[in-house]
Design a protein around this ligand. Structure first.
Ligand code: PLP
Length: 395
């Protein structure tokens, strides 16, 4: 039987059956536009309202602090552009970390073209943003600080609460991209004391193309998408009723099963890391060993290209990723790994494995064996590796 193993849960996750079942009626018999006055519309509006209440209550925030978006990219764009536009009278400085997702980095680059000064915070070799890095660059002209809760490539979890405190001491707003963290680790928005927080349902077994931007009451970024009166006039566009319902259900399940899934997924990851480190020489385990998402393992394999490993793993039925899914297709080395100080050649040889609740220990063992085999074959073909081993180039 041909094996198919999915180790790319940080790219996306399969929709839970329970989630799909709740969504299905809203595609067909309950298809009304949630903004229509008639009974078809009101049925949709009621379901959206219930979903919003459920999400707010699961996250311990107010119902009117939840804004539905099309996902993480939109949430990040809105937080950044919306704050820049709304608070430009205060100053023109924006601070983000140098290891943000492309959704933040590209948006920041656009703002730079418009005349905003963007400061990119450095990280330690483990990918951590230290409080003192922020202290050094923040001033009272800073509009917004944005640092992701957990990184999508190396899984490093940041000290968000402390960073938000520093931002607030200087009168700046604080946003966090919690796309990778939500559903995987506990996220207590009130305790983190952030002003805005982005998440996306497809990372926690919900549907794609739906997410939330949490905006603290009293904080008013400019709208990103102008249109109808949806989302209390802050975000135009017909509400994606089935997806909103699916997201609420997926979040409920993720939070209900968090302890169990955290322990299980972490045990798979830990065993994979143990096997790989014991079997394969000349590797770097990227990221922090402790302050790390349970699902993430990221390795650099010296002397060979990540893409070659990825393709051979794919042929062996194992799906994983080199860098983030959004940057695959480009042969640029990961900006995250470069920011941690990893040299370009090692950054090129990096692979992310991200585990999920449906994976098994048998898959982990099989994949570790296949990976060992593939790395060894590729290294046999690598002139660099032969040099290191003291063999001549034409052996
Ligand atoms: N932010 C992070 C950290 C991500 O990992 C991703 C997706 O991989 C996004 C933002 C973009 O989210 P979406 O795919 O919902 O647009």
């Amino acid at each position: 039987m041909e094996k198919k193993i999915y180790f790319d849960h940080s790219a996306t996750t399969p929709v839970d059956k329970e989630v799909l079942e709740e969504m299905l009626p809203y595609f067909t018999e309950k298809f009304g536009n949630a903004n229509s006055m008639h009974m078809f519309g009101q049925e949709g509006a009621y379901a959206v309202d219930t979903a919003r209440r459920k999400i707010a209550s699961l996250l311990g925030v107010a119902v009117n602090e939840i804004y539905f978006t099309s996902g993480g990219t939109e949430g990040d764009n809105w937080a950044l552009k919306g704050s820049a536009e709304a608070f430009k009278d205060r100053g023109n400085k924006i601070i983000i970390s140098s290891i943000e997702h492309a959704a933040m980095i590209s948006t920041a680059k656009q703002l730079e073209k418009e005349g905003f000064e963007v400061v990119y915070l450095p990280v330690t070799d483990k990918g951590l943003v230290k409080e003192e890095y922020l202290e050094k660059v923040i001033d009272n002209k800073t509009i917004l600080v944005s640092v992701m809760l957990a990184n999508n490539e190396i899984g490093t979890i940041q000290p968000i609460k402390n960073l938000a405190k520093i931002a607030h001491e200087h009168g700046a707003l604080f946003h966090t991209d919690a796309v990778q963290a939500m559903g995987s680790i506990p996220v207590n928005i009130k305790d983190l004391d952030v002003d805005m927080l982005t998440f996306s349902a497809h990372k926690f077994y919900g549907p794609k193309g739906i997410g939330v931007l949490y905006i603290r009451n009293g904080v008013k970024p400019e709208k990103l998408i102008a249109g109808g009166h949806q989302e209390r006039t802050m975000r135009g566009g017909t509400t994606n009723v089935p997806s909103v319902i699916g997201m609420a259900k997926a979040l409920e399940i993720a939070i209900r099963d968090m302890d169990k899934n955290y322990q299980y997924v972490k045990s798979l990851r830990d065993e994979f890391v143990r096997l790989v480190e014991s079997k394969i020489p000349y590797i770097v385990y990227n990221g922090d060993r402790e302050k790390r998402l349970p699902q993430n393992a990221n390795f650099s394999f010296e002397f060979i290209e990540g893409e070659s490993i990825l393709l051979r793993l794919d042929l062996a039925g194992i799906a994983c990723s080199s860098g983030s899914a959004c940057s695959s297709g480009s042969l640029e080395p990961s900006h995250v790994l470069l920011a941690t100080g990893l040299p370009i050649e090692k950054a090129h040889g990096s692979i992310r494995f991200s585990f999920g609740k449906h994976n098994t220990m048998d898959e982990v063992i099989y994949a570790a064996d296949k990976l060992t085999e593939i790395v060894s074959v590729l290294r046999q073909m690598s002139p660099l590796f032969k040099e290191i081993k003291g063999e001549t180039k034409n052996v």
